[in-house]
Design a protein around this ligand. Structure first.
Ligand code: F6P
Length: 360
């Protein structure tokens, strides 16, 4: 069975479907198979900034019902960088040492950090500074972590966006309208590309491919000329205006939130094509709820593999999914680059082959 270990686990960054399924998988493997202790850390690294640290011992019975539960029982945050932590007086201080001290006070042998590129970069910096044995698991609906074909949460977000397109089709066809669905994804167009193909969109707009309103309207007019009086557009939140400006919905807690490109396009398309247009902004619906079967499978694979990496003492690595295999890559490699849609991506070619317009 090997040496007894006590490992910590935390979820960091925006929530998504499948986080609890990972926690369950980690506990099943670590407690069930290796006989180790697993300590859940609450509120990402914030739990390790508290005195005493905010933790949740994770036993087998505690994770029994987590497979289908959305969100994360540990809580999470996508704010409060520990290296520049905002204090009530407005100052920002480096609190990384508190996290390191509490890791050792808890007697942890290793830490599993579940996060996107931003969280993984912060966790790695802390781990390097404090000689913490870190193993990472990629999660994000944006699917922008390098080195992995898939991050946890992405496939559920795609399923939700696809189902939304399926529903919008009926109203679009019944009312002869152009229906625009605005989806998340930050600077990467993966959700729009995948859901656009799966949901039969006629126009897919992603940040990686600049568009022209005229090209979009030509596609709509071509369809009208063929007796198809409706069109479905899916657009990523970070798509810019035709002039190249990003539309920001909100500035809060020193963070910029994207949103509004759907409405901008609706007005432009209506003016240019004369079509009646309507916008649906999917928002956080993409992050919540029950993980899809594929995300549950991936969560199981990642959770088991992460614990096995700790058993093998292969630290500073991220579990990844490539060609239907779980592998691992150095975390430094995964965070060195932001993974946007490659213009030579097979799905970009597929979409073009299907006659879907990118507006270019
Ligand atoms: O990174 C995940 C994500 O959902 C992005 O797609 C989106 O831009 C952002 O987080 C929204 O963040 P918040 O939940 O803070 O509004």
């Amino acid at each position: 069975m090997g040496e007894q270990k006590r490992i910590g686990i935390l979820t960091s960054g925006g929530d998504c479907a499948g986080l609890n399924a990972i926690i369950r998988a980690v506990v099943n493997r670590a407690v069930g198979n290796y006989g180790w202790d697993v300590i859940g850390i609450k509120g990402a690294t914030a739990g390790l900034m508290c005195d005493p640290p905010e933790i949740m011992p994770l036993r087998l019975h505690k994770v029994e019902s987590l497979l289908t539960m959305g969100g994360t029982i540990l809580g999470t945050t996508n704010k409060g960088d520990p290296f520049a932590f905002p204090m009530p007086d407005g100052n920002k201080i480096d609190r990384s040492q508190e996290i390191i001290d509490n890791y050792y006070k808890l007697g942890l042998d290793a830490l599993i950090g579940i996060g996107g590129d931003g969280s993984l970069a912060i966790l790695r910096r802390i781990a390097q500074q404090g000689k913490i044995n870190l193993v990472g698991i990629p999660k994000t609906i944006d699917n922008d972590v390098s080195g992995t074909d898939m991050a946890i949460g992405f496939q559920t977000a795609v399923d939700i966006a696809t189902e939304s397109l399926d529903r919008l089709h009926f109203t679009a066809a019944s009312h002869s309208r152009v229906m625009i669905l605005e989806v998340m994804g930050r600077d990467a167009g993966h959700i729009a590309l995948h859901a656009g193909i799966a949901g039969g969109a006629h126009i897919i707009l992603i940040p990686e491919i600049p568009y022209k309103i005229e090209s979009i309207c030509n596609q709509i007019r071509d369809r009208q000329a063929n007796g198809l009086n409706f069109s479905i557009v899916i657009v990523s939140e970070a798509v810019c205006t035709e002039e190249g400006t990003t539309i920001q919905k909100l500035q809060q807690f020193e963070q910029t939130r994207l949103g509004g490109i759907g409405q901008y396009l609706a007005e432009k398309i209506a003016m240019c094509s004369g079509a009646e247009t309507r916008v649906t902004v999917l928002g956080h619906i993409q992050r919540g709820g029950i993980p899809s079967p594929s995300d549950r499978v991936l969560a199981g694979a990642f959770g088991v593999a992460a614990v096995d990496l700790i058993a093998a003492e292969k630290f500073d690595h991220l579990v990844v999914w490539r060609n239907r295999q779980v592998e691992s890559v150095p975390i430094s490699e995964a965070i060195s680059q932001y993974r946007t849609v490659d213009l030579q991506d097979t799905l970009v070619k597929t979409a073009r082959g299907l006659g879907i317009c990118f507006g270019d």
